[in-house]
Design a protein around this ligand. Structure first.
Ligand code: 13P
Ligand code: SF4
Length: 384
């Protein structure tokens, strides 16, 4: 086995010394030695070599979300949660890069395009969507805004980044799971319509110290969408969208893990239901990047990460001896959309122009312009 490297050190080392087979194989086998057996490591390495050659010849930037297949790290310039990827998108060296290939779901690739309108942004896999982002469209948001604006003149739409570019274009500020509370705290005395993740919206409201949520008369105003209202300094109107992966995680799972492994640190993504989150300490409700940072620093030696399985697998690559991530009782579930994105897809869009054209993110100039403002506001408000 090669020396233990963090995820970032792996990328820095590859940039400095080139991709070396032994280092790559040992990283992947720490992730999952069944999934990444020698034959798969060899095949992935060969794909990486072809991709890296094309990437350097053509000025391509490749990034990946924490959930996707870990062998993509052999070619990735950036990896992270949706906030880190948005910040990285602003830092792409535009003099050297012409094209971004995103090993991430569509809304994340749209964010890259919005923040880099002059670059060509290509999805590695155009079928990688997000059911949460699909739970709201621009027409429904516009209708809700129109109905509510008269009643709430201070209405402020806070859109989770898991939304289409068209929805962002109708929103006042964006947020991710990492910065939603920080941003909401900076919007005092507003009626915040939080779209589309109901669980994250409730969690933000709870962390702001609001009274328990009550169902509102707004249900009658918008019969096709159930909104809930909360009274306090800010009122929260919540869209009823959910991530199918996190919605499926059950509070019994937390009890099972804690009973089987006393002292275990159970971390949960804020897209989990309130029934799950109420069993989790506040400092353990985290974005995917937050989970990586937590595990790195934590004194505990056992962890369960209630989120999509790509992330707990990824963290295993850098775990020192004595620390372990547990997958018992179905602690994580694979996001079917992220799971579609393969290293082969990255190569295909680089080798096949027709595939690249089919997978390119194309947005109207108006949407690009309007969606940029809430994203830039998010990045600005995330700074402490
Ligand atoms: P993060 O921003 O925490 O990576 O979350 C993205 C996501 O889609 C969670 O399901
Ligand atoms: Fe969307 Fe859920 Fe998959 Fe995240 S895990 S990309 S929110 S479907």
């Amino acid at each position: 086995m090669d020396k233990l490297q963090t995820i970032e050190q792996f990328i820095d080392d590859r940039n400095a010394n080139g991709l070396r087979y032994e280092t790559y194989r040992s990283f992947l086998q720490r992730v999952n030695s069944d999934k990444y057996d020698d034959a798969r490591c060899r095949r992935s390495f060969e794909l990486c070599e072809r991709i890296l050659k094309l990437k350097h010849e053509r000025g391509v930037w490749i990034d990946m979300h924490n959930y996707v297949d870990q062998d993509i790290i052999g070619v990735a310039d950036g990896i992270g949660d949706s906030f880190k990827l948005a910040v990285l998108a602003q830092e792409i060296p535009r003099d050297a890069v012409t094209t971004v290939v995103g090993a991430k779901v569509r809304f994340m690739n749209e964010t890259t395009k919005i923040l880099n309108p002059t670059l060509r942004v290509i999805q590695a896999n155009r079928f990688a969507g997000c059911s949460l982002a699909d739970s709201i469209d621009a027409e429904a948001l516009q209708e809700a805004r129109d109905k509510l604006q008269a009643q709430y003149p201070d209405l402020f739409v806070m859109a989770y980044v898991n939304t289409t570019a068209e929805v962002k274009a109708l929103s006042d500020v964006c947020c991710t799971s990492r910065n939603a509370v920080t941003i909401a705290k900076k919007l005092p005395n507003r009626t915040i319509m939080f779209v589309p993740d109901e669980n994250l919206g409730r969690e933000v409201a709870r962390q702001l110290g609001e009274v328990p949520l009550q169902y509102s008369h707004l249900q009658a105003a918008l019969p096709h969408k159930r909104l809930v209202n909360q009274h306090g300094d800010s009122s929260f109107l919540l869209w009823q969208g959910h991530c199918y992966v996190h919605q499926d995680i059950n509070p019994d799972l937390v009890h099972q893990l804690q009973t089987a492994y006393p002292g275990i640190a159970v971390l949960a993504h804020p897209e989990c239901t309130p029934d799950v989150l109420r069993l989790i300490d506040d400092d353990k409700i985290l974005s995917t990047e937050g989970m990586i940072q937590y595990v790195r620093k934590a004194p505990q030696d056992k962890f369960a990460l209630l989120t999509s399985c790509g992330l707990p697998e990824l963290i295993r690559a850098e775990l020192p001896p004595g620390k372990e991530i547990l997958f018992d009782f179905g602690a994580c579930r694979h996001c079917q959309f992220m799971a579609r994105i393969k290293l082969e897809d990255v190569l295909r869009v680089l080798e096949d122009e027709r595939e690249a054209a089919r997978n390119e993110i194309l947005l109207s100039p108006e949407v690009l312009e309007k969606a940029r403002l809430p994203l830039e506001r998010m990045i600005e408000l995330s700074q402490n």
